[in-house]
Design a binder for this molecule. Structure first.
Ligand SMILES: [Zn+2]
Length: 413
């Protein structure tokens, strides 16, 4: 039953998997080769022990990434060419009518994928993160998180998927326009309610009560014309000792969130510099740009799905003999990443450009040297490698390598 498209799909799978393995091998070799010595630019700021910890942490994570890659590929092939999706269809078809069948089919694929990922997630958290001293989570909290996320996925996902499947069937040949409009509205809604409704399900948020830091931050916000509905501290230390800061929401519902781990580690001037970097993203409209790009991409993909969903070769080529809306959508969701993987470097390149722009903004608004010392601490605390393989970094990294980033900041001093 395999057709020409089966071979195109297999070739794309092989190309994607071999590229990923090759890049992982390069990354591991490069990090291992530079493990013995702190790079010259950092030798005054970072101890050899911290550098070696970062190298070992990178090696451990990259190595696990290869296992995860192999499992994902096996799952994808089992569902498609292996006939797994066809089996699931037969399992649910007798039981359920219309939209319920589609929701059940797609959710069973999701559940199988999550189940397959569970041992890896456990290993990542309780073996790797634990070994490097980052894990603060109990097994109980881990499963409580998983249960909450699963419940949320069902509560939100079932109606959303139901509406999408209904639109696809009820709106005629040009259904993809209405699905796109619905998808964009839904996404904007989620981003809007996330800070106040969803994030608090997983973490505690308390208003920032350090007065001197708050005044400093408020002065920076006023200076850069940023209106926010509050500064919050998140108990990130409940799960991990990695530190971060971000802002979420939009319009009047914007919030700035600091991880408690970040505040414990950085001086107030360094926190200010990190926040200025985040504001730089806002000032340069990076967030808006990303949303527009995401929506445009969704429209293109939905239009493509609109073409493929009635093509018999698309189903047969992927190991399915039954044609219907839910299977068409599920197949598309499964195989899309295989074909879009090669676009990764483009998105990474754009993201790194934005990082440089945000760094420049922070250097202008606060100070380059404060941002440098904050970054060095964050790289050290997160055990991020200072010596990534250049090609690996070029392909995947949303942030420029530490050395390049700090060199740029130093130029502005
Ligand atoms: Zn950034």
């Amino acid at each position: 039953m395999p057709n020409a498209f089966s071979f195109v799909f297999l070739a794309a799978c092989l190309l994607t998997a071999s590229t990923r393995l090759w890049l992982a091998r390069r990354q591991m070799a490069h990090v291992a080769a530079h493990r013995a010595q702190v790079p010259a630019d950092f030798s005054a700021r970072i101890e050899l022990a911290a550098h070696q910890k970062a190298a070992d942490y990178t090696l451990a994570r990259t190595s696990l990434g290869r296992v995860s890659l192999a499992l994902d590929l096996a799952f994808l092939l089992a569902l498609t060419l292996g006939g797994g999706l066809q089996r699931l269809h037969e399992l649910w078809l007798a039981e359920l009518p219309g939209i319920a069948y589609g929701v059940a089919l797609i959710f069973s694929v999701l559940a199988l994928g999550a189940l397959l990922d569970l041992p890896l997630a456990l290993y990542r958290q309780f073996v790797i993160e634990e070994r490097f001293g980052f894990n603060r989570m109990s097994v109980r909290l881990f499963f409580a998180d998983q249960a909450k996320a699963a419940l949320l996925a069902v509560l939100i996902g079932v109606p959303v998927l139901g509406i999408v499947l209904w639109l696809m069937e009820a709106m005629g040949a040009n259904w993809w326009w209405s699905v796109w409009l619905f998808w964009c509205t839904f996404n904007l809604l989620v981003v809007f309610v996330y800070p106040s409704w969803i994030a608090p399900l997983f973490n505690k948020f308390t208003p920032l009560d350090d007065d001197s830091l708050r005044q400093r931050v408020e002065a920076l916000l006023a200076r850069s014309g940023f209106a926010s509905s509050g500064l919050f501290v998140m108990d990130g230390s409940r799960r991990s000792s990695h530190g971060n800061a971000y802002f979420t929401g939009y319009g009047r519902n914007k919030r700035i969130v600091f991880f408690d781990t970040l505040l414990n580690r950085l001086q107030p001037t360094e926190v200010e510099a990190v926040l200025a970097h985040e504001l730089g993203h806002f000032k340069h409209r990076h967030v808006l740009k990303r949303v527009v790009l995401h929506f445009a991409g969704a429209l293109a993909l939905l239009a493509l799905l609109g073409q493929l969903i009635d093509e018999r070769w698309f189903y047969l080529g992927l190991g399915v003999t039954t044609m219907n809306t839910a299977i068409g959508l599920q197949l598309f969701l499964l195989v899309c990443p295989v074909f879009t993987f090669m676009l990764t470097p483009l998105f990474s390149l754009a993201a790194r450009r934005d990082e440089f722009a945000a760094d420049r903004y922070a250097a202008e608004q606060v100070s380059a040297s404060e941002l440098i010392s904050a970054l060095v601490k964050l790289y050290e605390d997160n055990a991020a490698t200072l010596t990534p393989d250049p090609l690996h970094s070029l392909f995947y990294d949303s942030h420029p390598p530490a050395g390049l980033r700090i060199a740029r900041l130093q130029e502005s001093l």
